[in-house]
Structure formats: C-alpha cells, structure tokens
Design a protein around this ligand. Structure first.
Ligand code: DGJ
Length: 699
C-alpha cells in the first residue's frame, strides 16, 4: 500500500515500511524497517522525528548529489558543458498499478509502484525514482532523462541510496577469489568511504554485489539487519560512507567509471536493487532474500521444482575424450538415478586443450565422428538426458570465428588484446555478435536433443576503451539469454563463470542454478556454500560430488560428507562413477534417492545456519519446511578431536508443541526438546566426518 499524508510518502505492508518526506523541495529519507502501521498521525510523527538535521550534509537525503552542500558519497554524478553539480528538486509523483518491466532482469510481479519525479531545471535533467514493496523487501531503481540539448556524461547513477541515522553499524559483505567465493567478511562501519565493487566486466569472484548493514548487537538470529543486492551482471559499486556524525550512507548501483554518454532525449536506466530488512538477524535477512527470490526472481518454470541431478564430465575427462570414452562414462551412470549427463568443455572446433576453438560451435569430428547422436541415444537407453557446455562470450584467437571476425573481440585499436586462459572476450554490445551466437547455439540445440546448457564465462574484461562496451555487453548477455530461453523453453541453462564469478541475481533471473565454485573439495565447499547462502537460496547453488583426492586441494573426504554437503543445494556429480567400486556406487544411488525425497524441503524450506564454519570446527545447516512438517539437517566436523562429548545442536524454526520423529534414531522428540535441549550428533570417527538427520512431524 502506498500512503501519502501531506508531504510524507509511506510504502507499507504487513511487515515493512519505507517512508520519505518532501521538505523545501528536497526529498528526505525518513524510514526503512518494520511496518509503522497505517495511522497518519503515527506515521507522520515517526517520520518527522526521524529528521536528524537541517543542513544538507546532515539531513538524510533520498538521493544524494554532488556539489550543493551534501559532502557524502553522491548517488548521481553527471557532467555536461563542464558543469558537474546538480540540484534536483521534487517535481511530483506517479503511482503505477503494476511494477513496469524494463530492459533488464528485475523482480517479477509486483503491484503498486511509486515513482518520484525530481528535476534539475538548470541542467534540464529528470530523475525518476522507482519503489515497489514486496512481502519480503523493496525493489528500487532509477531513471535519468536528458531533457537538454547537450550530451551528458553520467559517471554515477545509483539504483538505491540509503541514509542511515546516527548509530553504531557493522557490515557483512561477501568477498573472495576464484575457488573461494563468497567469504563473509564482517567489519565495523567506520568514518570514511569504503567501496566494494567489480570493474572486471563480471560480477562476483572478488565481491558479490551484496551488502548487509547490521545494527549494533545483531547476530545470526536477532537484531536489525538491512540487506542489499543488485540485479546486475557487470561492473558494480556498493559504497558505505560513514559520516562524521555517526550516520551512514549506502549507495548500490552499476559502476560507470568513465561514464556513459546520454544524448538529448535519452534515458539511462539503472539496474534494479533489492533491499530487505529483518529483525531476526542475518538468518532472517537470508530467509527474506530466499523467499523473495524464490517467488519473484527465479523463472516460474523452475519455482519450487527440483533441479535435475547432473553428472558432469569435466573433472572426469577434462579435454581428453572420444566417443568410446564418453559412452563408457555414460554407461557408468546407469541405474544410479542421474537425470542428465553434461558434456563439458572440449566437444567443439578443434578443442583439445584450452588454447583454441572458442567461438567455433560445431562438433569436433576427430573426437566425436558420429556427433552427439550415439551419446544422446545411450543416455536415453539409461533413462537420462543430455546436456552441453558453451562459453558464448569467449573467442580463441586460434579459431575460425576469430580469423573471420577479429573485430568482434573487445580490443584497443593498435594493441594486441590481453589474453587470459588463451582467450579474448567477444563484444556483445554488437548486435551481429549476439546474432551469430544465437544462430550457432540454436543450430546445435535444434539438431540435437539437448535439455541442458552450461553457460560458462572464464575471464575478466581487458582492453575496454569505452564504458558503453561494458554496459552494452551485459545487455547483450541478457539479450542472448532472452532469445535462447524463448526459443528453447525446455532447456535449463546453468550459469557459470569459472565457478562463482557471476553468481548474481540477474543470472538467476534466467538460470535457476549457478555453478557455485570450481573448488569441489567438500571442506572448502562448506564455507563457500555457507557464504553464498547469506543472500541466495540453496536451490540456486549447483554442487557436485567429485573424486578424491580432490583435484583442487588434494584432500580426501568421505563420500558421505561430499554427498551431505552437496545435498544442500542442487546435488550433482563430477567424477567417473563407472570406475567406482560397488559400495561407493550403492552409496551414490542412496544419496540420490534420499535427495529426491528431501528436495521439496530443500527447495522451499527456511534455512537456519546453526554453526559458522569460519569460526567453529563445525558446519551445520538445517532446512525446515514452510509448514514445519519436516526438517533436514546436515552436520560436518572438519577435524576429529579426542576426549570431547558428541557435539550438541539446537534446532530452530520447529513447531514447539509438535512431535517429531527422528528418522535416523527412530526416536520421538518434541519441537521444544529439539530446539531448547538440542540433539547430540552421532559422528563417525575421523576427519571430515558428517551426519545427516531427518525430522518428520507425527502429530
Ligand atoms: C570453468 C568451469 O567453472 C568449470 O566447471 C569447467 O566448465 C571449465 N571452465 C571448462 O573449461
């Protein structure tokens, strides 16, 4: 509901409120958090009380700008005719009955939308600030229109700007590197400006476009936590500017470092930012993101649906395969319960190593003289489907595509392009490049019965001479996704970027699951998955059980632990299952059939993180069905210790009075007992031991 009382705008539902107030033509931020109620007098009183100063530098601005007395990090910076300052004033509002679609992925659905109009009369610029409140959070975005006669260079246009009142804040963001993505980093917010960003063209190996701001004392289960996430797959910037009075400004948006040019009459749209709020700590914030994304981001075709169980060829054969070897690989999966065998890198052009053929999306005839037909046929015989790897945005200098169209790769004129993994990036801001990829991929998908595509992207961008290329490339990626998903609605596209290099909500809009990390070691994965779950629901994380010793770390972990960790997401396998002994094969078949039974709970349930694997010698996650009828718990203990009692875990989110049967022990226990006394975890001996428990309500 959107309420307008005098000069106060109030968006509210049963749980949340967002309020702003117009004062002397400036829009001031007034409130974001738990619902204020709907009584005019109370809302207005709260909003007026929230005003913390009259100077432009101390008043909470709704959209901070530069050069007119507000010295904090601005939400907008644009220059024309040498003028870099702006003075936007309130110029009206609109209420749209439905959230309008625009050119980028955004939350689906959404009703009443408030659009505030701000104008800079001198500069002839108009800002439109969009707000749509959902059950679990707020969608925000910005449009800037150039109504003047000169080109405007826009170097910053935040999707959301939020001024927090004076307080003691901490932040959590997800930083990392290839193979170790989404490591939660908690810090005190200090005076000064801090930026988390990507200027690599892809989003998230180093920093995910996510931020949590915690009020003092907030923890995993309690306290006020504000979450931010940007629905964008390219360069982004999240800033925290702690001011000298203890206030905090957060800006979230794409990074336009060198600026994009806005011609007269043109409008620039920011991507959409998602803001959630929780009084139940970081865990509550995660559950808000999860529920919001399940219902309003994931494509309806996949909402609440189990993702297929994949057997991926990469760590089994890498580039070294032929038809014979792949048929044996497929035969190995027979009877285990696998849904799809995915042939990863190496099937196209003359690709025998990572030094050629990206862009040549036709079958490598030396390896596969009869094409995919025998492989697909064999999969079908065993009741499985077939999937294929692509890296659409890449080109190898040693490829037919590059020889025919060297100008399609992003390059600085007169310089040799920097190669990473022996490849260049195709310029998806060019329509003809995206057309080529659509045609090439469509041909393969039309001529073969393919149900699954893994869309990989294995390098950062270099040699980008115009900011527009970054921005245009991302639009091209969305365009190709749009066209492929429309033409092949039965094909599930898994997102991937050297693991979690592009684990962001815009990819999730198209891909219902993303390869979480190239590190498949179960111990490392506990941490990566723990961090990723801060923002993203379990069923979006693609997790594979791989061989031991692990190819990335050399570590050996029990198969049961590898299965248990991978089950907290989209379970899959990435090892030569045919070469395993009978016992291990039986274990895999058991894991898969058990996972099928648990999938509904994992896909729709509420996640509780019971141990922090960065601080404890334990990883423990529990998923509780929305109706509390059942729960699934995974516990892992990395290092064995002597002379200690069994670890005890207190469950969360159960029905206090409910009676639950613990499947693994056959015992009955009340919700209260499980939550307040907890259960002792029965672990096998040795390092990296794990236990899995199922709780079913019996009353
Ligand atoms: C990086 C991906 O993350 C891997 O899973 C694999 O697909 C390789 N690329 C193939 O080149």
């Amino acid at each position: 509901m959107i309420q307008i009382f005098k000069d106060v705008f109030h968006l509210t539902n049963k749980t949340l409120s967002y309020a702003m107030r117009v004062q002397e033509k400036k829009v001031l931020h007034a409130y974001w958090g738990s619902a204020l109620g709907t009584r005019e007098d109370l809302v207005c009183a709260a909003v007026y009380a929230a005003d913390c100063g009259t100077s432009r530098d101390s008043a909470p601005q709704e959209f901070g700008e530069r050069g007119r007395g507000d010295f904090r990090d601005p939400a907008i910076v644009c220059t024309a005719e040498g003028i870099a300052t702006t003075e936007f004033e309130y110029a009206g509002y609109e209420i749209l009955q439905k959230k309008p679609a625009f050119s980028m992925p955004a939350l689906r659905g959404g009703g009443e939308t408030l659009v505030l109009l701000l104008k800079d009369a001198r500069r002839k610029l108009t800002l439109r600030l969009h707000y749509t409140l959902f059950e679990w959070g707020l969608a925000r975005r910005t449009e800037l229109t150039n109504e003047g006669e000169e080109e405007v260079r826009v170097t910053k246009l935040a999707s959301a700007c939020l001024d927090f009142p004076r307080g003691a804040y901490e932040s959590i963001h997800l930083s990392g590197r290839w193979g170790a993505e989404c490591i939660p980093t908690r810090s005190r917010v200090l005076q000064g400006l801090r930026e988390l960003s990507s200027r690599r063209g892809i989003t998230s190996h180093q920093h995910n476009p996510f931020l949590a701001v915690l009020e003092a004392g907030a923890g995993e289960d309690s306290g006020a936590v504000y979450g931010f996430n940007l629905i964008y797959s390219g360069n982004f910037s999240v800033t925290m500017d702690g001011d000298e009075r203890g206030g905090l400004r957060v800006n979230v948006g794409c990074a336009l470092t060198d600026g994009v040019l806005l011609s007269p009459g043109e409008t620039l749209s920011s991507p959409e930012a998602v803001c959630v709020f929780s009084r139940e700590g970081v865990g509550g914030m995660s559950r808000a993101f999860h529920n919001l994304y399940r219902k309003h981001l994931i494509h309806p075709r996949f909402q609440g649906r189990m993702r297929p169980i994949v057997l991926n060829s990469w760590e089994s054969v890498y580039f070294d395969f032929d038809e014979e070897k792949l048929l044996r690989f497929i035969d190995g999966a027979k009877g285990l319960g696998i849904d799809i065998v995915v042939l990863d890198d190496g099937w196209f052009g003359r690709r025998d190593l990572d030094d050629s053929s990206l862009g040549d999306w036709f079958i490598h005839k030396d390896k596969l003289p009869h094409g995919f037909a025998p492989l697909i046929e064999r999969c079908k015989q065993h009741g499985m489907k077939f999937g294929l790897w692509f890296e659409p945005e890449a080109v190898s200098p040693n490829s037919e595509l590059y020889r025919a169209h060297p100008d399609w790769a992003i390059a600085t004129a007169g310089r040799t392009g920097i190669q990473m993994r022996n490849q260049l990036v195709l310029d998806f801001s060019k329509r003809e490049v995206v057309d080529y990829l659509f045609d090439a991929m469509s041909k393969v998908l039309k001529e073969n019965d393919i149900s699954y595509v893994k869309w990989d992207m294995n390098r950062a961008f270099t040699d980008v001479v115009r900011e527009e290329t970054y921005f245009g490339h991302v639009q091209g990626v969305y365009d190709l996704y749009e066209r492929l998903t429309a033409a092949f609605p039965h094909v599930l596209i898994e997102g991937c970027s050297s693991g979690g290099g592009r684990f962001d909500p815009a990819i999730l809009y198209y891909s219902p699951m993303i390869w979480t990390s190239d590190d498949t070691d179960a111990f490392e994965r506990m941490r990566v998955q723990y961090g990723t779950s801060l923002c993203y629901p379990l069923e979006t994380m693609s997790n594979h059980v791989s061989a031991c010793p692990n190819h990335q770390t050399g570590r050996t972990t029990p198969l049961a632990t590898r299965g248990a960790v991978a089950s907290l997401g989209c379970l899959g396998y990435e090892l030569n299952v045919g070469a395993l002994g009978e016992e291990e094969r039986a274990e895999i078949a058991r894991q898969i059939s058990r996972y099928r039974a648990d999938a509904a709970c994992i896909l729709t349930g509420e996640l509780y993180r019971l141990c922090d694997p960065f601080r404890e010698n334990a990883f423990c996650e529990e998923v509780v069905a929305q109706d509390g009828a059942c729960a699934y718990l995974v516990y892992c203990r990395p290092l064995a210790q002597v002379n200690l009692p069994a670890p005890r875990v207190k469950l969360k989110g159960l029905n206090r009075e409910g009676v639950y049967r613990i499947e693994e022990t056959g015992r009955l226990a009340s919700g209260a007992e499980l939550m307040y006394m907890g259960i002792a975890i029965d672990l096998p001996a040795g390092d990296f031991a794990s236990a899995v428990y199922h709780f079913t309500r019996t009353d």
